[in-house]
Write a protein that binds this ligand. Structure first.
Ligand SMILES: Cc1ncc(COP(=O)(O)O)c(C=O)c1O
Length: 461
């Protein structure tokens, strides 16, 4: 059998990796990476805010793993803890004993979470935390009141339960999902109240404090407070999904803290893993959990999945929490986020025809470009749609592609709004990284739309 060994991996060429993706993983990914001209880059190492490619280029990572890189790549304290864990031969999996690692992490999560958000269910990925949160609501409310309200353009994950409350026709496809939940516009508490006032079968509301996949949509101040009040009025539980916007990214541990509320359940993942571990948590109000699982034997059956809280993942997340506070990264997110937003707003004033909106909180930022589909000449339109029909009209992909290929900056895109560049810089980002980003995008935009499109097309030919 011709198996690839660990030492062979570093020898794999870009072409070979592409081939494996085409044949064994996901040909669609190859198709899109090629359109963006991302397909030749192989990342060889990563440190802090930078990825290093096979040619030694330092790529400024402002896509930040869609919010998973709060601490940046390979933070030295995270690496040290993980090495120590291995040197000591600590156990990863031991389902028949208590785990001191899970205990430490859970205690710390309860300590940093407001109010009586004290019960922690660990999982591996964000979707799993969402599944656990939704199950608590069902169990708490009983079968007569187990429907949920979720929001338009919400993204809560790809497992079937989480997908059922994710507002994407494309992702939902023709799958057989949980039916009967209700959907409202984000930032419209009146719609939530209207539904609650006429339906007795709703047990919970789930929403993101800031919608990420929708294009970094920040609700009006006080929206979450109003939702909290309406939920209380109708005896409905509130789940807040902070998988993307949480863990200090907005300048507070949880973005919902800006509205001074405490949800019944909060979900966390991504940066909780210290940029090195796959881990998630549903953190639940003690009073809610104890009513949902009032019998100890029933409660016992709710132990997490096989890998929910593996030793090394738990100590990694635990160290990540300590670093977040020791290094005052939330202050950095707040201060440098403000600096970043101000500089971007200046750029918007300079290019009002290109940039439609700048929005963000802390270091969760969206740059929305104007839809320029109508301004292309028929020749350019045809050329662009021959690459991909979804791209025409969106200069976001062109700008993102030029950023990577000419300026070595990685910016992210969003699920639902093709005109938005989504930025999740690590919380350790400094002003000079932001300056480099601003100067680069300034140079890209200075040539105007036609130049951007020309450059993109030239890069592809
Ligand atoms: C807000 C939000 N919820 C849930 C998820 C699902 O997390 P995962 O992909 O780890 O399952 C994501 C992932 O991007 C997310 O952004």
């Amino acid at each position: 059998m011709d198996l690839i060994k660990f030492n062979d991996i570093s020898e794999l060429e870009s072409e070979q990796i592409q081939q494996i993706y085409r044949e064994n993983i996901n040909p669609g990914q190859v198709y899109y990476y090629k359109i963006l001209n991302y397909h030749k880059t192989i990342i060889k190492s990563a440190s802090g805010v930078f990825l290093i490619d096979q040619n030694g280029n330092k790529i400024l990572d402002f896509a930040g793993g869609v919010g998973s890189l709060g601490l940046g790549h390979n933070h030295h304290r995270i690496i040290k803890v993980r090495e120590q864990f291995r040197e000591n031969n600590n156990h990863q999996i031991g389902p028949y004993f208590f785990s001191q690692y899970v205990a430490a992490l859970s205690k710390n999560l309860a300590t940093i979470s407001p109010g009586d958000l004290n019960i922690v269910i660990l999982g591996n990925v964000g979707s799993e935390a969402v599944e656990n949160a939704v199950k608590i609501v069902e169990k708490f409310q009983g079968p007569e009141k187990n429907k949920l309200i979720y929001t338009k353009n919400a993204f809560h994950g790809r497992t079937k339960g989480a997908l059922s409350i994710t507002d994407s026709k494309a992702l939902k496809s023709t799958f057989r999902l949980i039916e009967g939940d209700y959907i409202v516009d984000f930032d419209r508490v009146d719609q939530i109240e209207e539904l609650l006032s006429i339906n007795n079968d709703i047990g919970g509301v789930i929403l993101e404090s800031i919608q990420g996949g929708a294009g970094v949509i920040i609700p009006k101040d006080g929206f979450l407070k109003k939702v909290r009040d309406v939920c209380d009025k109708y005896g409905v539980l509130l789940i807040i999904d902070e998988i993307q916007c949480g863990f200090g990214r907005t300048g507070k541990l949880f973005a919902f803290e800006y509205d001074n509320i405490i949800p019944d359940i909060v979900t966390l993942s991504k940066s909780l893993g210290g940029s090195n571990a796959a881990i998630s948590a549903a953190i639940i109000k003690e009073s809610i959990y104890k009513k949902a699982y009032s019998k100890k034997d029933e409660w016992f059956l709710q132990i997490p999945s096989t890998f929910g809280g593996m030793g090394e993942a738990a100590v990694t997340a635990n160290e990540a929490i300590n670093i977040l506070y020791d290094e005052k990264l939330m202050d950095n997110a707040k201060d440098n986020g403000r600096y970043f937003l101000n500089r971007l707003k200046d750029l918007q004033a300079k290019y009002p025809k290109i940039i439609k909106d700048i929005r963000g909180k802390g270091l969760m930022i969206g740059i929305e470009f104007n839809d320029i589909s109508q301004t292309f000449s028929p020749i350019i339109s045809t050329l662009l749609s021959s690459m991909d029909k979804k791209l025409k009209g969106s200069i976001t992909a062109f700008v993102g592609s030029i950023m990577l290929n000419e300026y070595h900056i990685l910016a992210g895109f969003t699920e639902y709004n093709r005109n938005v560049l989504r930025l999740h810089p690590p919380l350790i980002t400094k002003c000079d990284h932001i300056d480099y980003f601003i100067d680069s995008i300034d140079k890209i935009l200075s040539g105007g739309i036609v130049e951007i499109v020309k450059k993109f097309i030239k890069m592809k030919l």
